[in-house]
Write a protein that binds this ligand. Structure first.
Ligand SMILES: [Fe+2]
Ligand SMILES: [Fe+2]
Length: 261
């Protein structure tokens, strides 16, 4: 199975880029399943039912999220009812929503898990143990398993990649919004990249207006963020998975300016 993973989609400009180019990419690359991180879908921070539905209509099969998932309150009832949206699995049990799911597509089953790091982030349950529990549960139904590890620290991402090597098809990092050049297949057959990058404006500070970002750093005051304007780049990875074993046979980065697609 060929899976496309799209990094954090930033606001309306990111959604528009996905709407224009996702069908072309699915067709050209013969993609069988699409996962996208949507924690920045609505106004650059948070996600709403409407923005999530927009993405599903465009061909996204599963939306993962991260630390910004709770930002827009209207998502809370939707997280409970819509199985195709995940929030990080290692939030306490009282948090609404789910952290993993098993999805049917083209007579195959794909397991997807979303977890959040703990270094420079929220103090959550252990992402290692909670993810491993979900992997073991999913394994009873399918060996195709993709983990979105939404985390700040490269060390934590690499450690979870090694911890799960041979147990999952791929671990894809998100949250830092800058694509890393370390896509590889680990010895046990798990595809890995520290960060898939974002789908958002290029001339920005991780998607937001660069002047506002600089002003915040200079003044240490909470000026309101705005999504930057200008050219949008689509970032992600394509993962080829052997259906029976669930092993990754290829992982390759996508990084393309939408004017070039
Ligand atoms: Fe993000
Ligand atoms: Fe994040």
């Amino acid at each position: 199975m060929r899976i496309l993973f799209i990094g954090d989609i930033i606001g309306r400009v990111g959604r528009r880029a996905i709407g224009n180019f996702l069908p072309k990419i699915i067709d050209k690359e013969q993609i069988g399943f699409v996962i996208a991180n949507g924690e920045n879908l609505a106004g650059g921070i948070g996600i709403t039912p409407d923005t999530a539905k927009e993405l599903f209509k465009m061909g996204v099969d599963v939306i993962t999220t991260g630390n910004h998932v709770w930002k827009k309150k209207e998502i809370i009832p939707y997280l409970k009812e819509e199985e195709r949206i995940l929030r990080p699995i290692n939030y306490p049990e009282l948090a609404p929503g789910r952290g993993f799911g098993i999805y049917n597509k083209e007579d195959k089953k794909v397991g997807v898990i979303n977890a959040e790091g703990r270094i420079f982030m929220n103090s959550l349950d252990c992402p290692f143990r909670t993810t491993l529990d979900a992997v073991e549960e999913i394994k009873r139904s399918t060996s195709i398993i993709i983990v979105d590890f939404h985390a700040e620290a490269t060390s934590e991402k690499e450690a979870l990649g090694w911890f799960l090597d041979g147990k999952i098809s791929a671990l894809i990092g998100t949250h830092t919004h800058v694509q890393t050049n370390d896509d590889r297949i680990l010895p046990g057959g798990t595809g890995y990249i520290t960060d898939a990058g974002m789908t958002g404006p290029v001339d920005s500070v991780i998607g937001i207006n660069k002047d506002i970002a600089i002003k915040r750093f200079l003044s240490q005051m909470p000026y309101k963020f705005e999504v930057a304007k200008g050219e949008v780049e689509l970032n992600g990875v394509i993962i080829d998975v052997e259906d029976i074993s669930g092993k990754c046979i290829n992982i390759s980065k996508i990084k393309v300016k939408t004017s070039q697609i």
